[in-house]
Design a binder for this molecule. Structure first.
Ligand SMILES: Nc1ncnc2c1ncn2[C@@H]1O[C@H](COP(=O)(O)OP(=O)(O)OP(=O)(O)O)[C@@H](O)[C@H]1O
Ligand SMILES: [Mg+2]
Length: 492
């Protein structure tokens, strides 16, 4: 086909220049060409056969892969260029990943031998991995994508890649060769969902094969090269027990949440960006009975429900001609015709708020959703404005009554200034007084100070409520003793 497996055809054209000595140069990586990701592969041009270098005469080169020095990047780019000159990328693209890797491995090994680059087996393996990532995968992002401890990857142009680990954002030493390589990788990511990013449509949402959520905004809107934001998909989703272990919630407050989930309260999870709303929603779904029919509606499927009877729905953006969009509202309205017992909305951000509240009000108890807001009170304000902006000309009083009649509990998630994520409020919605919605906190989180490492110290405390408004509901599900006991402990 190509390379040395192409039968009669000359397979692999030995690169001309042997690497005699690596001269460290700051601009070496920038000089390398972009990997052949989006551009159509050039036709294979027969080049005049280069004289085979006399291997023994070439001065050996030492490779420092561990430090990823300029030398490393220069050697990599030399080998990479030789590889690109040699293989037929169109044919490579037709191979399955394992065969493609094998093909690249053989050719890279030959290039290394001809160029007399001296390196250990481990170094060679490392270089090969890197080159395969460039040709077949997401290039420099691959090692970050392979880690499960990273929450977000933020690429601000070719030279600055940040990650969030353990709640802290840190700069990495990962770099792209240049903006063109970064843009090519963005292109490769979004082409998987049938989209393109270019100057005429520089904004795009996409998803990686592992489920990670991706946003790309390219030039000219992004001034310093393409900006790529990836919310990593966590393979092992956190559970409420994990959140207790991390101190995000106290064990007793977690028991209150369990009762809230099991007795089918309608729940709204509120919080800022990246505060852990979706994670918490996923935790709360663990308390849904296995017999229930659950329908989830999301922009990008992130939830991982364990129950057997789940229907997962996902919105769809418009295509390049602006056609075919399916909004969250379309999904929520449709799922009312699908005999749901619980409806879970990944994120409520528009007129679907009205449909979700109606569903909650009309026999779909135990429905849940998340929403961006900084406090439970603000969350209710946001719901009101989503409904009014959705064009429903209802009096404010009616909207508020609707909210009160639908939402039982609001759980507030926050990312605190030390990077830790906490559940800072469990609040119930109890009624209206005149025009005003009345809520009461059951549990709040109080910060006491910080320890010597700068980590915030605090605790979850009860507000003294022993009979919340959903008491009767808990009784109906035979959970009132569990609730009383948990609230007792929280209030101590
Ligand atoms: N309590 C927690 N403790 C530690 N890490 C957490 C906690 N909650 C969430 N995380 C991690 O934080 C990251 C963001 O969480 P999540 O996606 O749930 O946030 P979000 O509020 O839904 O974000 P967005 O606003 O972008 O939708 C994830 O990697 C998740 O694993
Ligand atoms: Mg989310």
């Amino acid at each position: 086909m190509f390379g040395k497996r192409s039968g009669s055809e000359p397979v692999f054209r030995p690169p001309v220049e042997p690497v005699a000595r690596v001269a460290p140069s700051a601009g070496a990586r920038d000089a390398a060409p972009a990997p052949p990701v989006a551009a159509p592969p050039p036709p294979r041009v027969e080049k005049p056969a280069a004289p085979q270098p006399a291997v023994a005469a070439v001065k050996p080169v030492r490779l420092a892969t561990d430090t990823r020095s300029e030398d490393y990047y220069q050697i990599k780019s030399t080998i990479f260029n030789a590889l690109i000159d040699t293989i037929d990328l169109a044919q490579l693209a037709q191979l399955d990943p394992d065969s493609a890797r094998e093909e690249i491995r053989d050719i890279v090994n030959e290039i290394i031998a001809i160029k007399a680059v001296v390196m250990s087996v481990a170094e060679q393996e490392h270089l090969l991995q890197d080159i395969c990532n460039d040709v077949l995968g997401y290039g420099p992002l691959e090692p970050l994508l392979a880690r499960d401890d990273i929450a977000d990857i933020m690429v601000n142009g070719a030279n600055r890649v940040f990650i969030e680990v353990g709640g802290k954002v840190q700069l990495t030493n990962i770099r792209f060769r240049d903006n063109a390589q970064l843009m090519n990788i963005c292109q490769r990511i979004v082409s998987q969902v049938g989209r393109r990013v270019d100057e005429s449509s520089p904004i795009c949402d996409a998803r990686l094969l592992d489920g990670s959520r991706v946003n790309v905004i390219g030039p000219p809107l992004s001034l310093d090269g393409a900006t790529l934001t990836i919310r990593k998909f966590k393979k092992d989703k956190l559970t409420l027990e994990d959140l207790v272990k991390f101190g995000s919630i106290s064990p007793d407050a977690a028991r209150v949440l369990q009762v809230i989930g099991r007795c089918r309260c309608n729940i709204l999870i509120s919080g800022g960006t990246g505060s852990g709303k979706t994670t918490l929603l996923n935790c709360m779904t663990a308390y849904i009975d296995a017999e229930e029919r659950i329908i989830t509606c999301e922009d990008a499927a992130e939830l991982q429900l364990q129950q057997p009877h789940v229907v997962r729905l996902e919105t769809r953006p418009p295509n390049l001609e602006g056609q075919g969009q399916i909004t969250m509202r379309d999904l929520v309205r449709n799922c009312l015709r699908m005999r749901p017992e619980r409806i879970i909305v990944g994120e409520v951000r528009g007129p679907e708020a009205f449909d979700l509240l109606q569903a909650m009000n009309t026999g779909h108890d135990g429905s849940m959703g998340t929403l961006h807001a900084n406090s439970p009170r603000e969350a209710m304000g946001r719901l009101e404005s989503m409904i009014t902006m959705g064009g429903f000309s209802l009096p404010m009083k009616t909207i508020r009554e609707m909210i009160v009649g639908s939402i039982d509990v609001i759980i507030q998630a926050e990312r605190l200034r030390d990077g830790s994520r906490r559940i800072t409020k469990v609040t119930e919605v109890i009624g209206t007084e005149g025009d005003v919605v009345i809520t009461q906190d059951l549990v709040t989180y109080e910060v006491d100070g910080e320890d010597e490492t700068g980590r915030l110290k605090g605790r979850h405390i009860g507000t003294g409520i022993v009979r919340p408004a959903f008491w009767e509901r808990a009784r109906y599900y035979n959970l009132e003793r569990e609730l009383a006991d948990a609230l007792d402990k929280v209030n101590q």
